[in-house]
Design a protein around this ligand. Sequence first.
Ligand code: SF4
Length: 249
Amino acid sequence: MPHIPSADLIEIFSSLQGEGELLGRRQVFIRFAGCNLDCDYCDTSFLSRRLCLVEENSGSGALVEYENPVTLHRVVLLLKRWLTEYPNAHHSISITGGEPLLHAELLELWLPHLRQLLPISLETNGTLPAALRLIIDHLDYVAMDVKLPSVTGQGTDWQAHADFLAVATQAQCSVKMIVDESTTDAELIRATKLVNDVSSSIPVILQPVTRHHKVAVPVPRLLALQALAAEIHPETLVIPQTHIFMGVM
Ligand code: SF4
């Protein structure tokens, strides 16, 4: 694959999906560097670095280092070995970040090759619709955020989320909303209506913030938020970040 550019990656590993619609599925995670947002609750290390950490043996937890940028050829060889060693164990490849759509032009070239190995799931903050349009034909799943301003500490670009969601429905799409004690009824109603206006069948997942390895939102408040959202959009679930409790990567 001589003409395909290499990628600035943070890590590659095999683990269980701990969030959202594919909860419990074992995935290959490819984490891209960089993000266009700066959420208050962010717990992800996404800054570009010289070395990418790679779980050379799937599921071992032991990491080796690849020089950045990493070639597609090297990633494909690694994944082919994992798929041979553990047939059927992996459900899909999670393209994650940071915000992986900052690399949309590269992904447009990488994804057709990766998709020959496994279905592709994109985890995204849901704010870059033009970038999504570039790669939507190569995606099987889109797990997008709708960011609530009280939680992120930033303004929300509601129009960008709406435009993004309209494109994302070309794949199997779900929407995650991070909630905490400061989440207001008004913003949750606005976000839920935004989803329902596109389709009533898109799962909306309310994900309570995790702090110090615990769900940081009291259950009565969580249930009140779920009831409020479900009144507008019945397909509303509450799922915390389970990988943190399990202690998996
Ligand atoms: S969009 Fe995700 S990766 Fe980016 S700052 Fe927010 S939580 Fe962190």
